[in-house]
Design a protein around this ligand. Sequence first.
Ligand code: C2E
Ligand code: MG
Ligand code: MG
Length: 463
Amino acid sequence: MDAWSARELRQQYKRLLAAHREAGNQMKHLACHDPLTGLLNRAMFSRQLGRALARARHDGSGLAVLLIDLDRFKLINDALGHHAGDRLLQEMARRLQAVLPERTAVARMGGDEFVVLLDEPAIASRLPQLARQILQALAIEYPLEGQLLHITASIGVSTCPQDGHDEYALLKRADIAMYRAKAAGKNTCAHYSSGMDGASAVQLALESDLRRAIERNALTLYYQPKVRTQTSRITGSEVLVRWEHEELGLLRPEDFIPLAEETGLIVPLTKWILRQACRQNREWRSQGLPALQVAVNLSARQFADGNLLADIRSVLAETGMEPSLLELEITESMMMRDTRHSRRMLEGLKALGVHIALDDFGVAYSSLSHLKRFPIDIIKIDRSFIRGIPGSRADEAITEAIITLSRNLNIKVVAEGVEKKEQLQFLRSRRCDEIQGYLFSQPLDAQSFSALLQGKQQAQVMD
Ligand code: C2E
Ligand code: MG
Ligand code: MG
């Protein structure tokens, strides 16, 4: 071996050693860090928080835990795939680190949730400003299907010693505060306060009551007639759910549908409603009453649920309901959450033979291109426009335009919330297909609705 190759060997050996050390460092890094964002992982964060808590106990200093959750992140993941989602998380992690004081412990807890530990002196006085900076740094506009989606963050804060002395209490309370921030409209920061526990206890109780009510058939369906504008003949009904709560009395959908959505109970709830509505419809048929349409409201979470099509198919099969008599009411904002998914979903529903109604039309995006792109059978003009008739030129013009547009697109048009004769006259003169509202009838329980159908109960005079 000559001198030259011995030197080369030594260099080679040094390179190998360096590579080995690097690999060791990488292994260590991997064990402590989240591979996607490079932030600390949960276990490492937990260790650092444990140390900081011990220090705080020892010298009486304070610390704060910030739980940060991205708003609307799921839309990106669902619409553009996990790759785009991952890139966004990396960018958010980078921005978060850039805005925090150097050496701050910041971790990804999983999904789109981050956690920050602040244990510098006098942190309490700096918190509001820091939270604002984080919110600013994490607010971005993301181009999605020709629109700009606003991605923001919600922050929940808990502090030691005020809100707890251990990791579990601090994280739990920061989590409660974070949900409060979401409920307050997102893109905001909420500090934990003891009252929040109470509120979530009430919510938990209501949630378990609702679960039981679904299991025990304790909810009631009301049927609001829809009638042909020109002839006043009943063509069908919209199903509206009510909950007779043992202690709280009669609850309307807005009191519990959001809770059902939040908890996922909306899925069994809607399946229950669909089954009841289809069964009732079949029963009326078997009593010799005419074939009637029945409309069921879907909610956003239900619409995003992968099992919706299978659920509807099984309810149709189980009840023997004719698919063309079932209408499903969705809103524009539901369609807009994930247009690609919505299209697939609507096409799947159409293939089952059911009809799709666009509820509360005119108040949300009202992009007319939806009417071209999605297979819509029915438009329901939102009652806020009908309320302004007669008198408001704008409401009259909008209502008239929606009727004309629907007719030209061969879509059936229904006016909601018709309460006055003048409104009926206006809708008749503009040839709106159907109306629904207190002028003809309030929502009725099944018995009263069938009495109305059989002519036993006096309907309000419409002419
Ligand atoms: P929606 O689908 O637009 O239902 C029509 C609402 O307008 C009903 O309120 C109905 O009682 C009310 N209404 C009908 N005619 C008139 C009228 O002439 N004047 C006025 N001022 N109001 C009228 P309700 O039953 O409180 O339902 C509110 C919303 O809750 C519904 O709006 C629907 O979005 C939702 N909802 C109702 N039932 C269900 C359900 O079974 N599932 C889901 N996911 N949502 C439901
Ligand atoms: Mg509706
Ligand atoms: Mg409506």
